[in-house]
Write a protein that binds this ligand. Structure first.
Ligand SMILES: [Zn+2]
Length: 255
């Protein structure tokens, strides 16, 4: 018996018409809360499917605005991270969480190796291939991943506003943080609400550090980017800080 071709859910790619200098590749792994029919609902209610555990609310709007402002390229996930978290390697249990914050994910309980492999082939591999392809076209540049976090986690309010996260390569994060204006409308802090020790820098390592591209992960508190106007305002603030950092960063081509 021939098994049916497994469905593939590639990310959405938006390429800047003109290349910024240096090229800026934006990645939004948790852009979507979609659960395609092929995978069912994972046993989640509609309310749970809208919650932050399924995706990063507001992150895609900020990433899209940054793409336009910076003339960058954007690779954005098109399915929920509860099916496969593209910011985690296939061997991590958290790539297919059966519990996230206060939510149980029944459809991920006791997932077989075969079911995991199917999700890797359908979601993680096409995602990584797309990022590889976009970066290859640009040749050299910087990698910026865009995320949002929930203002209340396990009942505890979080006061952080914007997290600037890095792994071993802190070049871009250092420049952004050292020049963040004291009077900026939002505060930025290093490696909050998570850091590399929490396993959140997979994309930075796999695509940024491995290819020698300076890289940074941005985490924005999702109540600050709930509306389109807020998303645009935060994108403008971040775009200004990124541009200033890039002026000081030697990436490229002519050395
Ligand atoms: Zn995220």
């Amino acid at each position: 018996m021939i098994s049916p071709t497994p469905p593939v859910f590639p990310p959405a790619i938006t390429q800047g018409a003109a290349s910024a200098d240096p090229a800026i590749v934006l990645v939004c792994e948790h852009a979507s809360n979609a659960l395609p029919d092929a995978f069912g609902t994972l046993g989640l209610s509609e309310t749970e499917r809208q919650a932050h555990v399924a995706w990063d609310p507001g992150a895609l709007g900020v990433a899209q605005a940054l793409q336009r402002l910076l003339r960058g390229d954007l690779v954005a996930g098109t399915v929920s991270r509860l099916l496969y978290d593209c910011n985690r390697p296939p061997e991590a249990e958290s790539a297919y969480p059966d519990r996230s914050e206060v939510f149980d994910i029944p459809g991920n309980r006791d997932l077989s190796a075969e079911a995991k492999a199917a999700r890797v082939a359908a979601i993680y591999q096409p995602f990584g291939n797309a990022v590889d392809r976009v970066m290859k076209v640009r040749g050299q540049g910087v990698l910026v991943t865009v995320h949002s976090f929930t203002p209340v986690y396990h009942g505890q309010p979080r006061s952080f506003e914007i997290g600037v996260l890095h792994d071993d390569d802190s070049r871009l994060a250092d420049l952004m943080l050292q020049d963040w204006p004291a009077d900026a409308p939002l505060r930025a802090e290093r490696n909050v609400p998570y850091g590399p020790e929490d396993g959140v820098t997979h994309t930075l390592r796999k695509h940024g550090i491995a290819k020698g591209w300076p890289n940074v992960m941005l985490e924005i508190r999702n109540d600050l980017i709930a509306t389109q106007a807020q998303q645009q305002a935060v994108a403008r603030l971040i775009a200004d800080r990124l541009r200033a950092a890039l002026l000081q960063l030697k990436v490229n081509s002519d050395d």
